[in-house]
Design a binder for this molecule. Structure first.
Ligand SMILES: Cc1cc2nc3c(=O)[nH]c(=O)nc-3n(C[C@H](O)[C@H](O)[C@H](O)COP(=O)(O)OP(=O)(O)OC[C@H]3O[C@@H](n4cnc5c(N)ncnc54)[C@H](O)[C@@H]3O)c2cc1C
Length: 496
């Protein structure tokens, strides 16, 4: 797919249609900006594909967050007299024909969308380009989810980067001086601006195109059971930006605090970044401002946070440069030989947070209850599942997609493959986190464990990490020293 750089120029046209996806905001939305600039009449459409979402592993939490964010965006656009229509289909395969029909009947001059990078999304977008071409409507896919187009940053030999640190170095060397200024929100239209465009009324009547965004689509429901606290996350662009603003006051302390799950030391912006309520450029701009305009600068906290934003960028690029990771395959092909355990029982104990290893259980219960998990703990539980229990990373990856309110294919797949040593980690397979030492180091007093594992609340800071037998709490399901040794042997014996 060709990513047209958003800031180029094109001939003026009158009717613009923005196809919104995971970019649910008004400000600094490249596709919306491009459409706004060139059209007299402007409308937006969002297409839900619940069957495809389900097949991609998206769970109730992330879909509910997406739909709630969309409702907010609809209000924000309505305040500018820009209508947002909602169309429910079932699969991506239906999108090209539906969009072509819409564009044709509406006499649209151009369609704009922000590029998405996993393989199925790219295939869908190419099919849409083709179907729109048949009805004479151009589509422009803009770079917006990432700072630069994936595929544009390569090694000296022209390949995609396989390791984060050289990627980061090259990014800063080539783009570190760019301003990355956010774009303005679209201008308000007059209340009768859609009178320029009477075909909409007819379409609303004949299609299942609606203005009311449903709370549920397909078989997705409002998150049930233990995850009800997912609904505590405020949604929408204003909420996301308020979050960013609050974090800007703490970013200097990020390096000091970011590894402690019991402390609010990270931004918790991931759900907003993933549904697009906040843009990556808005985040970068804030951090650069705190850092004297440099990627590596006066604030260790801001420099480290900017580096984390580049991890996000790295994984988005990876899915384009190495599409096999979108096909359920490991980044390192030889790791397909790992004889993964098929134990349903062990997997279910891990999912439920009943492993008998307190920090792992606290983390999994945080996930199940809130739809979010601290980054340090994502690494700890992923290492525990894939190394100590030797369970296939794809099962953990899927479970995270099901539960996370910030589920994102590129970051999740990248994180899981990193932890399982099937991915891009520069350190070889012998990186196995010891959950007990991680617990002592990053939750020294056991306060985080106490919140999520109340069975252990009465234990002292000394005992809580590796507790003596406690009524109602299981003994550890494996010996971490022996299982670590076994995992290392398994990986050492893989034939390259
Ligand atoms: C096994 C595993 C699975 C993960 N699954 C996801 C996922 O589905 N969605 C997701 O957004 N992140 C995922 N991450 C990355 C990371 O854990 C989260 O982005 C982070 O915990 C979100 O919290 P925050 O917004 O407070 O992050 P902060 O520490 O404030 O970081 C700011 C932003 O940088 C990005 N970021 C930070 N660390 C990473 C990283 N290691 N990889 C990619 N992006 C990063 C995120 O967009 C994050 O919001 C995963 C990590 C692991 C190890």
């Amino acid at each position: 797919m060709v990513d047209k750089n958003s800031r180029g120029s094109r001939a003026p046209f009158r009717r613009g249609l923005v196809w919104l996806r995971n970019d649910l905001r008004c400000a600094d939305n490249t596709a919306l900006y491009r459409a706004d600039k060139g059209s007299d009449a402007l409308a937006a459409v969002f297409i839900a594909c619940p069957e495809t979402w389900r097949s991609h592993g998206d769970g109730d939490n992330v879909v509910a967050f997406r739909l709630r964010s969309l409702q907010h965006l609809q209000q924000d656009l309505a305040a500018r007299n820009i209508p947002l229509y909602f169309l429910e289909l079932s699969t991506f395969a239906q999108v090209p024909a539906a969009l072509a029909q819409l564009a044709h009947k509406l006499h649209v001059d151009a369609v704009f969308a922000n590029a998405e990078y996993p393989l199925n999304e790219r295939k869908r977008d190419e099919a849409v380009r083709e179907s729109l071409r048949e009805v004479g409507v151009p589509v422009e896919y803009c770079t917006d989810r990432t700072l630069i187009p994936p595929g544009s940053l390569t090694t000296n030999s022209g390949d995609g980067f396989k390791v984060f640190t050289p990627f980061k170095r090259a990014f800063i060397a080539r783009h570190g001086d760019e301003a990355m200024d956010p774009l303005p929100a679209p201008r308000a239209r007059s209340g009768d601006h859609l009178q320029l465009w009477p075909e909409w009324q007819a379409l609303e009547a004949e299609n299942n195109l609606v203005r009311t965004i449903p709370k549920t689509v397909g078989d997705y429901g409002v998150p049930a059971g233990g995850a009800e606290r997912v609904l505590d996350w405020p949604v929408g662009e204003a909420a996301g930006l308020a979050h960013l603003e609050t974090f800007s006051e703490k970013v200097d302390d990020y390096l000091k605090l970011r590894d402690f799950p019991g402390v609010e030391g990270t931004s918790r912006l991931s759900p907003y970044l993933n549904c697009g309520a906040v843009s990556i450029r808005q985040c970068v701009k804030m951090a650069l401002a705190e850092n004297g305009g440099h990627w590596v600068g006066k604030s260790e906290g801001a420099s480290t946070w900017l580096s984390e934003l580049l991890w996000r960028e790295f994984y988005q690029h990876l899915v384009v440069n190495f599409p096999r990771v979108c096909r359920n395959q490991p980044f390192k092909p030889e790791t397909e030989q790992v004889p993964w355990s098929r134990s349903k029982h062990d997997f279910e104990r891990w999912c439920a947070g009943e492993t008998g290893v307190p920090i792992v259980d606290a983390a999994m219960r945080q996930l199940n209850r809130t739809g979010w998990m601290h980054n340090r703990l994502r690494m700890v539980v992923a290492s525990f599942l894939t190394k100590n229990l030797l369970i296939d990373w794809r099962r953990g990856e899927h479970y995270f997609m099901q539960q996370l309110v910030d589920a994102d294919f590129a970051a999740n797949n990248g994180g899981w493959q990193w932890a399982a040593s099937t991915g891009t980690d520069a350190v070889p397979y012998f990186r196995v986190f010891n959950p007990y030492s991680q617990s002592k180091k990053f939750d020294a007093e056991g306060d985080f464990i106490r919140v999520f594992v109340p069975e252990l609340a009465r234990l002292s800071a000394r005992d809580i990490h590796c507790p003596p037998p406690v009524d109602g709490y299981p003994p550890p399901m494996c010996n971490v020293t022996d299982s670590r040794k076994h995992a290392i042997e398994v990986f050492a014996n893989l034939k390259s």
